[in-house]
Design a protein around this ligand. Structure first.
Ligand code: OMP
Length: 267
């Protein structure tokens, strides 16, 4: 099934725009689990079981798996396989290279790991990203305006009267199966990206640990169908450090889902 259809179904089924970031860090695993690589899969399994009815997607940042060495790749694949088939999986690996290398990155994400979507870096241009977009059932999220302070180094550089991030978004606006990553911490600047298209799907990280504004993220981030993906990682998966971590993650997920829906109802 196409990513967008799968996402729409998951949003409708769970009445949620929440995407949980499954970014497991060995040092932060709850005390009830041993701080060993094998516990990571158990941690993910418990979080998925507890939260999958309250979210519309999971985003897995590949760095957290690659950092575990060869076993991390197995855990990444096993985690994707644990996610119910009706919930879309975004592999956040921020890929982007020349086209022949992107062919391999796309194969890895979509065929070997079975992800429905991937995050990509636009720095090498639009054309080299074709190996990703040619997978018509899949979806790519292009980094446009990031949540970190480093966003100001390049993304806000003025380029022919506009910010570079606006110019980058304009380049991708007419491509299908392409959405934008826009950081919640960018507040009202999200509007500048939304002005480029009222249809594009935004993936919005930066809520919770990075303290982005959920209100502004939704106000400026949703498209004309009132849809955006709100990603929350640490603020949910590390809600508790004890044996009740999955239950607490579930409670946090419900809290975020309800907050999102309350704000949406007022838009
Ligand atoms: P938390 O801060 O724990 O909610 O996690 C945020 C997640 O979103 C991490 O996986 C980041 O790598 C990712 N992210 C950002 O935080 N900022 C961005 O601008 C873009 C991303 C991303 O592409 O997902």
């Amino acid at each position: 099934m196409r990513f967008i259809q799968k996402l729409k179904k998951a949003i409708a089924k769970n009445n949620s725009l929440l995407c949980i970031g499954l970014d497991p860090d060995l040092k932060k695993l709850p005390n009830s689990l041993t701080k060993s690589i094998d516990s990571v899969l158990e941690f993910n399994r418990r979080i998925i079981e507890a939260t999958h009815n309250f979210i519309c997607a999971y985003k897995l940042n590949s760095a957290f798996y690659e950092a575990l060495g060869p076993k991390g790749f197995e855990i990444l694949k096993a985690t994707i396989e644990l996610i119910p088939k009706d919930i879309p999986v975004i592999l956040d690996s921020k890929r982007g290279d020349i086209d022949s290398s992107n062919e391999m990155y796309a194969r890895s994400a979509f065929i070997e790991f079975g992800a429905d979507s991937i995050t990509v870096n636009p720095y090498l241009g639009v054309e080299p990203l074709k190996p990703f977009t040619k997978f018509r059932d899949k979806f790519i999220f292009v980094l446009i305006l990031t949540s970190n302070p480093g966003a100001f180094d390049f993304q806000y550089v003025k380029c022919k009267g506009k910010f570079l991030f606006q110019r980058v978004s304009e380049k991708f606006v007419n491509l299908s199966n392409v959405g934008f990553v826009v950081g919640a911490t960018r507040g009202k600047d999200i509007k500048l990206v939304r002005e480029v298209s009222d249809e594009k799907l935004f993936l919005i990280p930066g809520i919770g640990a990075q303290k982005g504004s959920l209100e502004l993220a939704l106000k400026y981030g949703v498209n004309k169908d009132k849809v955006a993906l709100i990603n929350v990682g640490r603020a949910i998966i590390y809600a508790s450090n004890s044996s009740d971590f999955a239950q607490k993650a579930k409670e946090k997920a419900i809290e975020f889902k309800e907050k999102i829906n309350k704000i949406l109802a007022q838009l």
